[in-house]
Design a protein around this ligand. Structure first.
Ligand SMILES: Cc1cc2nc3c(=O)[nH]c(=O)nc-3n(C[C@H](O)[C@H](O)[C@H](O)COP(=O)(O)O)c2cc1C
Length: 511
């Protein structure tokens, strides 16, 4: 790295966490928190990382409310490493415990709270190499042998064993020194060689190409066992010049602790479980993939992809590798957290564009792991308002990739409640008038609705399921409760012996 682009020193800000920061500092402390909430299952019996671990995770996580799974005893393991799967998965409670929200909040409340958390930025701080737990064990050069680790092959048709799925990869912008954090799958090729798979448009890929364009190898630091907040921040899209390290600090309410690496200029997350330092040389590529992915198909045909040459391995004792099973919701790792964070990002984008009247956004998790359907609730304020919201949502930065279905509903419909959304689609949408299609948009590489040569150019449909604005005065009257009666029944709920708690109701009969 050039001197003028070297990693910026940390600012002089305080290391103290903000008042509402979650009370954990790393993956192990967060797992203790999960244990206390009965959200973690430790499996001591031997499990084969080759397909069996994937099957156990898939079959368990198909049930809503499934715990995170810590596999302590892995077949053919030549190390003391363990594997955590279903880290966050479909659990909004585990997400809440990661970012310090009350786990009992509704999904809509979590989206609103997340929006605020995602605005906060806290730059990282340095700690000394000796203080960094990730330096408990350090192997250099030929001493590194990643084949000793239990590396999962998740699905029968996977092209190999994937060390990186629930990982984070750090790269730097050769011009500005900004550190990018991204989650990219990584297939193990050999003791010190790992394949790296980028989709077009990733900031991490721009960094790599930037170094290569200067005739220099690209340095990387990759953590294969990482806490949930760094993982989640790495998996979201942020503006190219923003560092996800600052975002993660903001989400955590405490600065991410970094320590200096030995061979590269990039920092190492000091509390990670297992980290490599490496370089990507231009032209060094090996055939990688496919991997069973978030949409439920194998993706990434067997193509030559860049290879990381590993220079050093830093690890805690008995490190925990974070493995993200990619599968249909609710069994996949990209589940509740992603739906909440992506919804918050879309809300943010709409606000930045100055769109008024937005009441809520929810990316439905069952739509290919929260990638393909966005529901926006709005209070219609002027003619064409719903059409404007649909068009701007469809192509906003947080929604542009993969999204196929954009649905606008009125403010009396909760976008997080699919039953209500279906009702709006069935009663307020006249397909002949209320659908528009955008063509040549960005879909995923394994979109099975398209012939191979057409991908990844897809389409998006804009569905107006709001009350038709031009006929507002002539609409049939909706059956709603009188507010005073609702309040009365709510008060008498326990007296009447009714189950659970009274449902929240947003709109009432107009007297
Ligand atoms: C478990 C998981 C695996 C992912 N695998 C890949 C991948 O292999 N390649 C890729 O380009 N993006 C992958 N993504 C998506 C990126 O992490 C995500 O788009 C991120 O915002 C990219 O960061 P960047 O734009 O800063 O490069 C994955 C996300 C998750 C959660």
């Amino acid at each position: 790295m050039d001197e003028n682009t070297a990693l910026q020193p940390p600012d002089s800000g305080s290391a103290a966490p903000v008042a509402d920061a979650p009370r954990w500092r790393d993956l192990r402390e967060w797992l203790d928190l999960l244990r206390r909430h009965d959200l973690l299952l430790t499996i001591d019996a031997e499990v084969d990382p080759e397909e069996e671990l994937g099957a156990v995770t898939f079959m368990t996580a198909r049930q809503h409310g499934a715990p995170a799974l810590l596999f302590e005893n892995l077949k053919n393991n030549r190390s003391d490493a363990r594997i955590l799967s279903n880290m966050l998965g479909a659990s909004k409670e585990r997400y809440a415990l990661a970012v310090g929200l009350p786990p009992g909040l509704s999904t809509a409340e979590m989206v609103a709270a997340t929006r605020k958390l995602m605005k906060r930025r806290l730059p990282p701080i340095w700690i000394g190499k000796d203080e960094a737990p990730v330096n408990e064990i350090v192997a250099r050069g030929e001493e590194v042998d990643l084949t000793r680790l239990p590396v999962p092959k998740f699905w029968p048709g996977d092209g190999g064993r994937f060390l990186g799925t629930g990982d984070i990869t750090l790269t730097s912008d050769p011009e500005t020194g900004r550190i990018n954090v991204g989650v990219y799958r990584q297939m193990l090729h050999a003791a010190r060689r790992i394949g790296l798979n980028f989709v077009a448009g990733r900031d991490g890929l721009f960094d790599v190409e930037g170094w290569w364009a200067r005739g220099r190898p690209c340095e990387v630091v990759v953590a294969y066992g990482i806490d949930p907040v760094l993982f989640m921040a790495g998996a979201q899209r942020f503006a190219a010049q923003e560092s996800e390290l600052d975002v993660a600090g903001g989400l955590m309410g405490r600065r991410i602790e970094l320590t200096k690496a030995e061979f590269v200029s990039l920092p190492i997350p000091a509390r990670a479980e297992l980290v490599i330092e490496g370089v990507l040389h231009q032209g060094d590529a090996e055939v990688e993939g496919p991997l069973g992915e978030f949409h439920g198909f194998y993706s990434g045909s067997r193509l030559a992809k860049p290879v990381i040459e590993v220079l050093a391995l830093h690890s805690r004792r008995a490190p925990i590798l974070t493995a993200a099973l990619m599968a249909n919701y609710p069994a996949g790792e990209i589940g509740a957290y992603h739906a909440i964070m992506r919804s918050a990002r879309i809300l943010e984008n709409l606000e930045q564009m100055g769109v008024p009247g937005i009441q809520g956004v929810y990316v439905q998790p069952a739509a290919a792991s929260a990638m393909c359907m966005v529901v926006v609730a709005l209070k219609q304020l002027y003619p064409g308002h719903a059409a404007q919201v649909l068009a701007l949502t469809a192509q906003c930065p947080a929604a542009v990739y993969c999204t196929k279905w954009i649905i606008a509903v009125d403010e009396d419909v909760d976008p997080t409640d699919f039953d209500q959304v279906m009702w709006a689609l069935s009663t307020r949408c006249n397909p002949a008038d209320d659908l528009d299609v955008l063509r040549n948009t960005w879909t995923f590489r394994a979109d099975s609705s398209l012939p191979a040569q057409a991908r990844p150019y897809g389409s998006k449909v804009l569905i107006n399921a709001c009350k038709p604005h031009r006929y507002l005065k002539e609409l049939p009257v909706r059956t709603l409760l009188r507010r005073s009666t609702y309040d009365q029944v709510k008060r008498r709920w326990a007296e009447l012996g009714l189950p659970g708690s009274p449902p929240a109701v947003a709109s009432f009969y107009e007297e």
